[in-house]
Design a protein around this ligand. Structure first.
Ligand code: IMP
Length: 460
């Protein structure tokens, strides 16, 4: 088989628990690609992109939507919530952005049905799912039949025989939800999804070679991962995971392209880590006490507003890691994009990052949120902790940290776009050597322009 001459694909994934700022980097890199494609997940992803047009919160449409001439592709590994997708398409149309002849969706994507969302809302809270029906939808796709009935549908079923497909949706609405819905609730849920299909149908492509043909004739693809590698359904910590594969290799299965076009894998890291939902998080400030606090806060809808009344300076100066985590969350605005629930906060875990980079063959890394590292200057010892060793677990994992000199935000402000403060450069240089991967970008704020490009120092 001949090697491709010009076209290729790169894959960009988050290397932690999600919310690393992937969308901002996709937006930054998009000019080097022709097609931006998704390969996993669904409306559980939440990208906030700050652009010259204003702030946009997207869930299913690839992040590069504001780059007018880029093609956007949603691969077969994704699950599609048509009602939410139709709403996103309309919102973008209101902003003057048309997706006609730009957005293409594989006909093999599974459809998120209303009963998937109901089941997820009922049973997903133990894990802290986003309530978007992701798990039940992937499960229905794999189970194929429940008894004598098919329960999952793909977009291709709607293309070929919408009436049979909607009969399946209707049957699920009547049989799968407890307590049972009334006849009028069923018909309005059905009407909503039928109306969404009217709008979404024109974007569905039935050609499985859609990407292959384009890449073979020179197109450059950037695959954009949703969720992140530590939430992978198999390599993450069951059951505290999402329901799709999230590693870069899956881009080629869920993104409908042969892996022989792969060029490089790009990893996105957040300098101070966060996690939403339950599950282990060895570097968490305050360990299980923080996990419990965030979990309780989320279930009582306590979030940004309540915490903003706390004195973040006093919290940062506290001797309690739980308080330090709270102070960082308040100042770094670490609350769920859609839900507003407080994210659990932790130090950068280099033990985990090193293994992740090696396992997934990551070629280069962007480190976001380095501006937030300046908050450590306000703590008692003024130093930036990073986790470099794991000890015993009882039940929290005992971690050993290495500390780096803190810096003031003012030092970073003057450096924006020009240079990195020496204390931060020292930390990044260490990360590069420790995890054995080039750090090519340093994020210092939410905007696309808040990124300092960096030439790797060479690790040998
Ligand atoms: P699900 O993907 O909605 O089923 O949620 C499963 C787990 O993944 C939960 O802990 C969620 O909080 C987490 N999760 C899902 N999507 C994201 C994301 O985009 N960012 C961070 N965490 C996520």
């Amino acid at each position: 088989m001949n090697k491709p001459s010009a076209g290729f694909a790169d894959v960009l994934v988050g290397l932690q628990y999600g919310d690393e700022g992937k969308a901002k980097i996709v937006d930054l890199l998009a000019h080097d690609y022709d097609i931006i494609a998704r390969f996993n997940g669904g409306a559980n992803a939440g990208h906030t992109v700050i652009t010259p047009h204003g702030e946009a919160k997207l869930k299913q449409i690839p992040s590069a939507v504001f780059h007018a001439n880029k093609v956007l592709y949603i691969g077969s590994g994704c699950v599609v919530n048509m009602v939410k997708l139709a709403a996103e398409i309309k919102t973008l149309a209101d902003l003057g952005i048309s997706l006609k002849q730009r957005l293409f969706i594989s006909h093999r994507c599974s459809v998120v049905q209303p009963h998937h969302i109901a089941l997820d809302l009922e049973y997903g809270s133990v894990i802290g799912t986003t309530g978007n029906g992701i798990g039940p939808c992937y499960a229905d796709h794999s189970i194929r039949m429940k008894g004598h009935d098919r329960s999952g549908i793909q977009l291709k079923d709607l293309c070929s025989d919408p009436s049979t497909a909607f009969t399946i949706v209707q049957k699920n609405l009547s049989k799968e939800i407890q307590p049972p819905l009334s006849a009028s609730q069923i018909s309005s849920a059905l009407a909503e999804i039928e109306a969404a299909w009217e709008l979404v149908a024109e974007y569905v492509v039935e050609d499985d070679l859609f990407l292959t043909k384009r890449v073979s004739s020179g197109a450059r693809v950037l695959f954009e991962g949703a969720q992140s590698v530590l939430l992978d359904t198999t390599f993450g910590e069951q059951p505290y995971v999402t329901s799709s594969r999230t590693g870069p290799s899956y881009a080629y299965t869920g993104g409908d392209l042969s892996c022989r076009f792969h060029r490089k894998s790009i990893g996105i890291v957040k300098a101070i880590m966060s996690r939403v939902g339950a599950g282990s998080f060895p570097s968490e400030f305050g360990g299980s006490a923080s996990a419990e606090y965030c979990n309780t806060a989320a279930s009582r809808w306590i979030g940004r507003e309540e915490e903003s009344r706390l004195d973040y300076l006093a919290l940062l100066r506290s001797a309690s890691p739980l308080d330090i985590g709270k102070g960082i969350r308040i100042q770094a605005g670490e609350y769920g994009t859609g839900s507003g629930r407080p994210r659990r906060i932790g130090a950068l875990d280099l033990v985990n990052l090193k293994e992740t980079v090696a396992f997934h063959g990551i070629d280069e890394v962007f480190i976001n949120r380095c501006d937030s590292l300046s908050l450590f200057k306000l703590t008692r010892n003024g130093k930036i902790p990073t986790v470099v060793e794991y000890g015993k677990s009882h039940p929290d994992v005992e971690v050993k940290t290495m500390e780096f000199e803190g810096f003031d935000l003012a030092e970073l402000d003057t450096a924006q776009g020009k240079a990195i403060p020496p204390q931060l450069e020292q930390l990044i240089d260490f990360i590069e050597r420790y995890v054995d991967c080039d750090v090519v970008g340093v994020g210092v704020g939410p905007k696309r322009s808040d990124n300092i490009s960096r030439t790797a120092k060479g690790r040998k």
